[in-house]
Ligand binder design. Sequence first.
Ligand SMILES: [Fe+2]
Ligand SMILES: [Fe+2]
Length: 161
Amino acid sequence: MIVNKEDALYFSVVDYIIKDKTFRKTANFQHHGTTRLRHSMRVSYLSYKIAKKLGLNQKVAAISGLLHDFYLQDESKGFSNFMKFQKLHPKIAAANAIKHFKVSDKEKEIIETHMWPFTKPSKSLEGWIVSLTDKTVGAYEYSIKFRKALSYRLKKKQSQI
Ligand SMILES: [Fe+2]
Ligand SMILES: [Fe+2]
C-alpha cells in the first residue's frame, strides 16, 4: 500500500486499531486465501475512499470496515457449518469491536449487518459501502487464490508431459 498525504489521513484514523496487539492477531488466521488482517485492511481502505468520494462519513467506514471480521477463530474449526458462520461471525466481531475499541452504535450496526443477505441490511449508506466492498474484495481475493491453484496444476501437468 502506497502512503501519500491522503493515505496518511486514513492511517491517522485507524492507527490505534492497527497497532492493537489483540487486533493484530487477525494476521494469524487465513481468510479468503490471504490473512484476515490483510482482508480487513483492504475492505477498510476501499470503504474509506468510497465514503470520502461520496461525501459520507469516511471515519465510520474506515473503522467498521477494519473491524467487520474482528474474530479470532479459524473458520473451519470455529464454526460447524456455513450458514451458522455467515450469521454468527458479524455478532462476534461487533462484540469484540465494542469490548476492545468502544465503537459507536453506527459502527456496531455496520459490523453486524456486513454479511447481508445473511443478516439484516444496514440502515446507513456507509454500511452498504462496507458490505458491498467486503464482497468485492472477497471475490478478488478468491480469484487470486484460484488463479494460483490453477497455475500450480497447469505447471504440474506440463512437467508430466
Ligand atoms: Fe465477514
Ligand atoms: Fe470480510
